[in-house]
Design a binder for this molecule. Structure first.
Ligand code: SF4
Length: 395
């Protein structure tokens, strides 16, 4: 293993800071198992020793800082392992360069340091990007293999939640193509529940030879695994998930086909009864998304449908969601098992007895009243409906 003292290195317009090679995790995809670096430059990100703050400062002073628009704590280990130097460096950056500071982290800083570290980030870090990786604890333990064991997943979520109080921008990330769309949906719901943004980071194959995306040709043998950590540790350009969704209530007589969300752990909708639907995929129209989601989740084919309204969801600082609301009583096919929960025909009159989001009762009432096409805005704080606006008027 080649070692050196690469403390900072440029990636596009960001200056990346490599403070430590320590990490409590042993991710199956970690690039460190297979390479000494992420980019063509520098030679190695393995450190001869962890730099002191004065060494970090000297490394910054050797740079032309006018080239950079952001400083990113990242490197070849978990930055919060070197918490004191990281905080001192962030304060130095704020004082001398006045550019945004980002922390890319596995979110285990509280366990690593044996104390809550979120308040220490206030005023020093502008963005915290936490690697969520997957939506359930079993997969997380299998893939991330944290040294702290089962408490790690919850601690990571708790860290993200708490960071919101001290850091303007909190993002949780997964890597495109490394988990299923169903898992991505669950991750999005987790983030929505936490009130943080969700980003699906771009996947780039090492054999594309694009060093700007943090891939290195010598890592072809670890193509997919490598990409995941490259993204995690280097902050490659992220791709936001669509804020557009569809939801459909399929009707049969006096009943709706409802999904009881009981299958996924850490599901923001856990135990709630909702219709079927999901996020738009690339190049989809609302109807494309509607038909695909209904088919995927129920096995049914919609032969006809009505577009009933647009519902705007605002929730605790996460990105707004714009939901296209449909109903359909014209369908064919046979119901399948849904991996997101249990499908059941529920009498419309019984809906209010079931566990549901408060806002859902408003738009279901509008549907029942056969209201003309409507725009409904629902604002949630801590999971509670605090405001509802119909066609521009507060309810
Ligand atoms: S991918 Fe990141 S969190 Fe996982 S072992 Fe490597 S450095 Fe640690």
């Amino acid at each position: 293993m080649q070692k050196g003292m690469t403390i900072v290195y440029g990636v596009k317009s960001g200056l990346y800071v490599n403070l430590t090679n320590r990490c409590p995790c042993a991710c199956t995809f970690c690039i460190r198992k297979n390479a000494d670096k992420v980019y063509e430059e520098p030679d190695t990100l393995w450190l001869e020793h962890e730099p002191s703050f004065s060494e970090v400062r000297a490394a910054f002073e050797a740079q032309d800082m006018s080239r950079y628009t952001e400083v990113v704590f990242c490197g070849y280990g978990e930055p919060t392992e070197a918490l004191d130097v990281m905080l001192e460096t962030a304060a130095f950056v704020k004082e001398h360069y006045k550019i945004p500071v980002r922390l890319n982290t596995n979110g285990l800083g509280n366990l690593i340091n044996g104390k809550r570290i979120e308040p220490l980030l206030e005023g020093l870090v502008d963005t915290v990007s936490v690697s969520l990786n997957t939506s359930d604890v079993e997969n997380y333990l299998r893939v991330v293999r944290p040294g702290f064991g089962a408490e790690s997943f919850e601690s990571m979520l708790d860290f993200a939640r708490e960071c919101k109080k001290y850091v303007p921008n909190v993002v949780m990330t997964t890597v495109d193509t490394t988990i299923s769309h169903e898992d991505e949906k669950c991750c999005a719901e987790i983030c929505r529940g936490l009130g943080v943004s969700y980003r699906i980071r771009e996947y780039s194959a090492p054999d594309e030879g694009d060093s700007s995306k943090g891939t290195v040709s010598e890592n072809k043998s670890t193509l997919k695994d490598t990409d995941a950590v490259v993204e995690t540790e280097t902050g490659t350009v992220s791709k936001p998930r669509s804020q557009l969704t569809t939801l459909c209530y399929i009707e049969k007589g006096d009943s709706y086909l409802m999904l009881h969300r009981v299958s996924k752990k850490n599901d923001i909708n856990h135990d709630k009864w909702i219709g079927v639907g999901g996020h738009f995929e690339r190049d989809e129209s609302p109807e494309d998304c509607l038909l695909r989601e209904v088919k995927e989740e129920t096995g049914l084919t919609l032969n006809g449908y009505r577009f009933r309204g647009i519902v705007t969801f605002i929730s605790d600082g996460s990105e707004a969601e714009y939901m296209c609301l449909y109903t359909s009583d014209d369908f064919s096919g046979t119901l399948i098992d849904c991996d997101e929960g249990k499908l059941e025909w529920i009498k419309k009159a019984d809906f209010m007895k079931l566990e549901h989001w408060e806002g859902d009762a408003i738009f279901l009432k509008l549907i029942e009243e056969d209201a003309p096409f409507f725009s409904l805005k629902l604002v949630y704080t801590n999971g509670r409906l605090v405001e509802s606006v119909l066609n521009g008027r507060k309810l």
